[in-house]
Design a protein. Structure first.
Length: 399
């Protein structure tokens, strides 16, 4: 298919829920992509923090090929070897003791919310069901995770929302304390907010939230769907804060490009779920779990988490250099290879477009934020190419 054919067929038959940039990729390797015309691109979006292992990581590709030829799906009516091994692996690298598998981030958060409510009901009674989340958060697009999402723009047109959610400003401990009522069952946070433009929890905030949760016997749910699995330079972002959650959700990078989500928790919390409480047809199938096992091994064996810390610091340094040079940059934020530039004026789309013309992908959020979440195998030289292009785009903007 030519690019034009893809565009026309999409316009005719695919529901118009995405405003797409004018390119169709047909192949990927590491941080590089090739479009339908054979042009090479540099990818600092990584499928929105999904392709952390690099596009088409050979280990992930081989695992999918092999598993696809053996068995892909049987349902959770029966035992699934790769699911058991993946759960063991996730528990070994995290605080968790037990894992539930699903197919996406939103589903992982749905599982976490159901689990927290069941846990609170079992231990404290059904009046305890409210969840406090943060403004600026993003937790998914199902009705419940949309309600948990603390951004009005996603709520528009979809009322009535679900009951049982409150929102407070991120990094405002007193606001959180004041929002706790006898109905509260859990606090749900991203250690680093992704979709609102890379906004980390303050160093002292998460530990204080953990203490507050312990004091009030609330569960702490951390949504690490975007910031987890090496993105911030450690396996999990919570490790930067010296805290452990009760429940953690994962998805995005977990399958190395293949769809899979997970809700992980302690034994104490997991005990609240009984057979029949929660289920999914596809979740934890052989193929997805085999892909995820290979994806986690790729992160580990190739030192991609260390690379994320090292190259992430290099990228941030470069961005801070631009900040010193261009007053129109309001702020540089980031942790590992999760980075953002915030402008003091609208222009994020112009920067995205300018870089697009140079065949470099970055992601504009709103009209002032440029986000970079490249594959974790990105090199300093590739960052230099990005920084040079950004300098050109910022220079044009300031002129
Ligand atoms: C992407 C994302 C989700 C939703 O994941 P989907 O797979 O799109 O449902 C939830 N939380 C965070 C933090 C995310 O970045």
């Amino acid at each position: 298919m030519t690019y034009q054919e893809i565009v026309e067929l999409t316009a005719e038959h695919v529901m118009y829920t995405y405003k797409r940039l004018p390119v169709a990729f047909v192949r990927g390797e590491g941080c590089k992509l090739w479009d339908a015309e054979g042009q090479e691109w540099l990818d600092f979006v990584g499928g929105i923090a999904v392709c952390s292992q690099g596009h088409c990581h050979p280990k992930v590709v081989a695992a999918i090929r092999e598993q696809a030829g053996l068995i892909m799906h049987t349902s959770n009516l029966y035992y699934i070897g790769p699911q058991a091994r993946l759960a063991e692996k996730l528990c070994r690298i995290s605080f968790a003791d037990k894992v539930f598998f699903c197919n996406s981030g939103a589903e992982a958060n749905e599982a976490a919310i159901k689990l927290a409510r069941k846990y609170a009901e079992v231990h404290y009674g059904p009046q305890r069901h409210e969840i406090i989340a943060a403004r600026g958060s993003f937790h998914g697009r199902t009705m419940t995770t949309l309600t948990a999402t603390g951004q009005e723009k996603f709520h528009q047109h979809f009322h009535p929302l679900m009951p049982g959610f409150e929102h407070v400003d991120l990094n405002d401990l007193e606001a959180l304390r004041a929002a706790i009522t006898p109905q509260t069952c859990a606090v749900l946070l991203e250690p680093v907010q992704g979709e609102s433009g890379v906004r980390p929890c303050a160093a002292e905030y998460l530990p204080a939230v953990r203490e507050l949760c312990d004091e009030h016997e609330l569960l702490l749910i951390l949504d690490e769907i975007q910031c987890g699995l090496g993105r911030t330079g450690k396996w999990f972002a919570y490790e930067h804060y010296g805290v452990k959650p009760d429940i953690m959700t994962l998805a995005k990078a977990l399958g190395g490009g293949f769809p899979i989500g997970a809700c992980a928790c302690t034994d104490q919390v997991a005990a609240a779920f009984e057979p029949g409480d929660h289920a999914t047809t596809f979740g934890g199938n052989h193929l997805a779990c085999a892909a995820a096992l290979a994806a986690l091994e790729a992160l580990e064996e190739e030192g991609l988490i260390e690379n994320s810390a090292r190259v992430g610091a290099y990228l941030r340094g470069g961005l801070q250099g631009l900040e010193a040079k261009f007053p129109l940059i309001r702020e540089v934020r980031g942790m590992g290879l999760m980075a953002a530039l915030e402008l003091d004026r609208p222009g994020a789309a112009d920067i995205q477009a300018e870089l697009f013309d140079r065949q470099i992908l970055v992601n504009a959020i709103g009209d002032r934020i440029v986000r970079m979440v490249p594959p974790l195998c990105v090199t300093e030289a590739e960052c230099d190419r990005l920084l040079e292009a950004l300098e050109g785009a910022l220079g044009k903007m300031e002129a």
